[in-house]
Design a protein around this ligand. Structure first.
Ligand code: HEC
Length: 248
């Protein structure tokens, strides 16, 4: 047994040496699954940063808020480090380079969204500015996806933003998730005869979402959309990622 496990360990050491680190490596499926997980975590970290800064962003008494793309970058890097132990300023060499590049691209897209919103964020005399985790997340995901072979999307069964409309696969998974008890575990599946990785990380409503998504159902919330009548703990939607395996 000991000899066998040593042989496996040896193979594990030699194989990566034989396969140069160009594109996805030997363990590409695992790498891609990890990449999807990290991209999801990163988008979520960005949403969290926007959420924590809502009081500042919506402060009508303040002009310049100092919530610049650079400040956002620092906060999102810190949050990502906290959640993953990965420092994006010094990514570990064990992280495959496509993964690093995709994370860097998502960071750039996210910063651009914060940059584009500076005029709105820095307006004085206006409280609610519609720069919230969901609008940030939708925009950053779209900006990133338009430039990449990887697609990231925030989606839900009856979306407010029609650009977040689920495709057939997402609709099936969301329906399944909505009908089972809440679990933070992401759905990870290889579809299309193993050619496409699809992952979906469920998002659940908490109490503070209900001012907009809760009751009374149908009454317009502060963002101008009819409330969904949701309750805390119910499925709000998911962050959906697609990575094609044959991309080089
Ligand atoms: C201030 C009102 C407000 C609050 C609070 C709020 N949302 Fe939203 N939510 C919105 C708006 C507006 C959109 C549409 C965003 C867009 O244009 O992409 C949205 C969209 C979403 C979406 C994307 C799907 C869609 O409908 O387009 C999800 C998922 C979501 N919200 C979940 C949440 C969760 C979870 C919370 C609490 C942690 C929350 N929201 C808190 C207003 C709000």
């Amino acid at each position: 047994m000991i000899i066998l496990s040593n042989v496996f360990r040896l193979v594990g050491v030699i194989l990566p040496l034989l396969c140069p680190q160009i594109g996805w490596t030997q363990d590409s499926q695992k790498d891609m699954e990890q990449t999807a997980q990290l991209l999801t975590t990163f988008l979520n970290a960005g949403r969290l940063v926007v959420d924590r800064n809502q009081p500042l962003i919506n402060d009508p008494g303040k002009g310049e808020k100092g919530f610049t793309p650079e400040v956002f970058e620092r906060l999102v890097r810190d949050e990502f480090l906290e959640q993953t132990r990965i420092d994006l300023s010094h990514p570990p060499s064990s992280l495959p380079s496509p993964t690093k590049e995709l994370l860097a691209a998502l960071l750039l897209a996210s910063k651009e969204v914060v940059g584009d919103a500076q005029f709105v964020i820095n307006q004085r005399g206006i409280g609610y500015k519609n720069f919230i985790p969901a609008t940030f997340g939708s925009q950053a995901a779209r900006k990133f996806s338009n430039r990449s072979h990887v697609t990231i999307k925030q989606t839900t069964l009856s979306p407010r933003n029609l650009k977040n409309t689920p495709d057939a696969y997402e609709e099936t998974v969301l329906t399944r998730l909505a009908n089972q008890s809440a679990s933070p575990a992401p759905i990870v599946e290889w579809v299309d005869a193993g050619r496409l990785l699809r992952t979906m990380m469920p998002i659940y409503y908490s109490e503070d979402c209900l001012t907009c998504h809760g009751n009374p159902k149908g009454i317009l919330d502060i963002s101008g959309y009819p409330r969904e009548g949701a309750r805390a703990g119910e499925l709000a939607g998911a962050i959906s990622i697609q990575i094609p395996a044959d991309h080089r």
